[in-house]
Design a binder for this molecule. Sequence first.
Ligand SMILES: NC(=O)c1ccc[n+]([C@@H]2O[C@H](COP(=O)([O-])OP(=O)(O)OC[C@H]3O[C@@H](n4cnc5c(N)ncnc54)[C@H](OP(=O)(O)O)[C@@H]3O)[C@@H](O)[C@H]2O)c1
Length: 234
Amino acid sequence: MNIKNSAFLITGGSAGIGKATAKMLADKRGRVAITGRDKSKLEKVANEIGAFPIHADAAKEEDVNKTYELFLKEFGKLDCLINNAGIGGGWGEITELDMNAFHDVYAVNVFGAAMMGSKAAQIFKKQNYGNIVNIASTAALKGYANGTVYASSKFALRGMTQCWQADLRKYNVRVILINPSEVTTAFGSSERVEREEVSNKLRSEEIAHTILSTLEMDSRGFIPEVTVWATNPF
Ligand SMILES: NC(=O)c1ccc[n+]([C@@H]2O[C@H](COP(=O)([O-])OP(=O)(O)OC[C@H]3O[C@@H](n4cnc5c(N)ncnc54)[C@H](OP(=O)(O)O)[C@@H]3O)[C@@H](O)[C@H]2O)c1
């Protein structure tokens, strides 16, 4: 696809991977909207990178509906949804299961992504063209100690991606899964502060670059899944 003049909707675009992706797309003259829950942070970042801010929580159905209304009013079309909004939580061994955290994490990482994806798919099916990028994690590939809540939510996102690929491929819709390993963002920080850049760990830019690379390929080609590691994180 051509990035220039295409319309992109990125959930969770006010920080980290979503912000870097929005900036890279906007720099290539893509038309980009970003969502987020913290309104002032969202508006500041949107202004900084030349994106359209939509104050919305991906976990709330009414906000998902509002997101699409505002997006289509502003851009008139959708070429690509990037399901990036995601949270961690509920870390601990299975003996310490926290059901409130379980529900909170699934509300964003699984149900939010599904609601956003369903609406995009309705548009794409009608226009017989479209792109969905789901941001999962290496946690979607292998479980680990203390990861029941988060890892299983990303396994679910990976599973949904494969279902959407099967549902939508006949409508020329590419559904792409990206699995970043550790990226030095504010992810997991209760103060929401970005981590210091570390020379041997991934930055949001590497993930943004991966997303753009999968999208920029001519639409006759389709990369179903990419995993991104730091070359030597030790
Ligand atoms: N960082 C890593 O090591 C890593 C590794 C693998 C995968 N990932 C995945 O990559 C994605 C992005 O993570 P990141 O590291 O960039 O995180 P981040 O720095 O914490 O940024 C997350 C972004 O999503 C927004 N957001 C969170 N919940 C939201 C909701 N319910 N509705 C709308 N926006 C929401 C946040 O803004 P507000 O808080 O203002 O809403 C923020 O803009 C997530 O899906 C994460 O699971 C991250």
